[in-house]
Ligand binder design. Structure first.
Ligand code: PRT
Ligand code: ZN
Length: 222
């Protein structure tokens, strides 16, 4: 019989833009997920796998520490986290093709932008300070990064910053706030990631089965 300690833990977003697609992928992979959306964990009843239903921001930490051997999380969240780490914290196993968006620089109407050099000396509001700082450094630009946890698109109107760097999918939010895209910092989609911590042979076996099934589903989507 398989004990609790032999069950694989896979972290997915509890409720948000990645939740439904993450669950759908696992279901298509043949996993029968038992519990409803409000529990912290959900048991897979036909494989030794438990789902951890958490905030997306917590997934990189859980995978780094091996609390969850696998996770599904956006590249944006993962790379922002990784830039704050001294050592590699995970391995990317697969690009999942959902949750697509991009971290973009946007400016108010009438604000000139030719190249990243246009940002020199400016104030830029973002929830992704490390990714933005990397972009500025790569382009040899010195600018002030203003960290905001949300409502970044309001920053120019509130005179907190002259540019913003935020996630965009349809662009409707930018448009509603009189902003337009001027540059791209990172293209993003949901990724399947794996801990770098070694697995027990039992967990390794479950991991190989899980990956084979997920890869099978992804192959039919290409
Ligand atoms: O509660 P929890 O912390 O888990 O959720 P969250 O609120 O932090 O995240 P959530 O559910 O909003 O997003 C989860 C992940 O979905 C993100 O980390 C991205 O990888 C991905 N994703 C895809 C997006 C978007 N598209 C997106 N459009 N995340 C956020 N947005 C925002 C965007 O910033 C804008 O403010 O949605 C708004 C609408 O976008 P437009 O361009 O369509 O208007
Ligand atoms: Zn979040």
């Amino acid at each position: 019989m398989i004990g609790t300690s032999d069950r694989l833990h896979l972290a997915i977003q509890k409720s948000g833009r990645l939740s439904d697609s993450s669950r759908a992928l696992l279901r298509e992979s043949g996993l029968r997920i038992q519990h409803g959306k409000n529990d912290l964990t959900a048991r897979v009843d036909n494989f030794p796998i438990d789902l951890m239903l958490v905030r997306d921001d917590d997934i990189p930490t859980f995978v780094r520490d091996g609390v969850c051997e696998f996770g599904i999380v956006g590249r944006n969240v993962l790379e922002e986290f990784a830039l704050g780490e001294a050592e590699p914290a995970y391995e990317v196993i697969a690009e999942l093709g959902f949750g697509t968006c991009a971290l973009r620089v946007a400016a108010p109407e009438g604000k000139a932008y030719d190249s990243p050099a246009s940002l020199a000396g400016e104030r830029i509001a973002t929830s992704y300070p490390r990714l933005l700082k990397r972009f500025l450094e790569e382009n040899g630009v010195e600018a002030t990064v203003i960290e905001m946890s949300g409502a970044v698109e309001l920053a120019p109107r509130l005179h907190i910053a002259s540019y913003i760097c935020d996630l965009v999918s349809t662009g409707a939010t930018l448009e509603a706030n009189g902003l337009h895209v001027v540059d791209t910092v990172l293209e993003s989609e949901a990724l399947l990631v794996r801990t770098l911590k070694p697995l027990t042979p039992e967990k390794e076996e479950a991991a190989e089965m899980l990956l084979m099934r997920i890869r099978g589903v992804l192959a039919t989507q290409d």
